[in-house]
Design a protein around this ligand. Structure first.
Ligand code: AMP
Length: 276
């Protein structure tokens, strides 16, 4: 992979990169389409990264369909589908991790303490292997995108990071490989994240400034569905992810909820009327 990437660079070919954990849906394919536009060569990686899963999380059961993914990536115009094995990326003796001080102290980092270290480490490794000029990430995983942007800046990585809008099902549910876990009767509770965010966006666009009231309304709307357990509902600064009490600038409202055993996340940017 490194030799191929180096050869492309010598030919002045621009490499666009989309890292994924596979089980492709329209969200992944939209990132690939963007990569296709932005680069001369498109590399997609498929690696279910063990270091970003904690004990008791779904590493073993994470949905996988390599054959279908290969076909979908080809159709999306990928030049390379890079599928390393875990022992290749993490051989015996591996002991170097990338850690951020503050960004992981919010949102998913609080309940998934290894997650962002695992993401930052594997993405750094993949960047060094794929040598991209530009890499595309989804805003659906907002904290992940914030961590990668910060890490690229802090470590002077010479890569443009592009954030792509969240792709949704017709009922608003953010597309996710984990949606495959949902049973038909979990669909309505799952869609309540999107509905609560949409409602919050409307409230803020029409003048609500009190983050606590917006969060309370969303909490009520989601927890009224049986089988839901809220991990967090937060209104935070788009860059630092620190909590905001009053909404005077665009903010991010981020939600994580367990519906049955499935952990779902979603977020939206809320804009007060003076900034819209
Ligand atoms: P994953 O395979 O879930 O690790 O995701 C790979 C990339 O696709 C990440 O940059 C995600 O943020 C992005 N992604 C996942 N779901 C969506 C979605 N519904 N819309 C846009 N991007 C997404």
């Amino acid at each position: 992979m490194q030799a191929w990437a180096e050869a492309q660079r010598l030919k002045k070919r621009k490499i666009a990169f989309v890292p994924t954990m596979g089980y492709f849906h329209q969200g992944h394919l939209t990132l690939m389409a963007k990569g296709r536009q932005l680069g001369d060569e498109l590399v997609v990686s498929l690696f279910v990264n063990p270091t970003q899963f904690g004990p008791g999380e779904d590493f073993e059961t994470y949905p996988r369909d390599t054959k279908k993914d290969l076909k979908l990536a080809q159709e999306a115009g990928a030049d390379v589908l890079f599928m390393p094995e875990a022992p290749t990326l993490y051989p015996d003796g591996f002991q170097t991790f990338v850690n951020l001080n503050d960004l992981p102290q919010h949102l998913c980092g609080l309940s998934r303490p290894r997650f962002l270290q695992g993401v930052a480490t594997v993405v750094t490794k993949l960047f060094n292997i794929v040598k991209p000029h530009v890499a595309i990430f989804g805003k659906k995983d907002y904290q992940q995108l914030a961590v990668i942007r910060r890490m690229v800046k802090d470590l002077n990585l010479d890569i443009d990071i592009i954030g792509a809008e969240t792709i949704r099902e017709p009922d608003g549910l953010a597309m996710s490989s984990r949606n495959a876990y949902l049973t038909p009767d979990q669909r309505t509770p799952a869609t309540s994240l999107f509905l609560a965010l949409t409602k919050a966006k409307e409230r803020v666009a029409t003048g609500e400034k009190d983050a606590g009231r917006v969060i309370a309304a969303a909490t009520e709307a989601i927890s009224s569905h049986p089988g839901t357990a809220i991990d967090y509902i937060t209104i935070c600064d788009p860059d630092t992810l620190e909590d905001k009490k009053y909404i005077e600038q665009p903010v991010i409202m981020a939600i994580a909820v367990k519906v049955g055993q499935t952990r779902l996340i979603d977020n939206m940017c809320l804009m007060p009327p003076e900034t819209a």
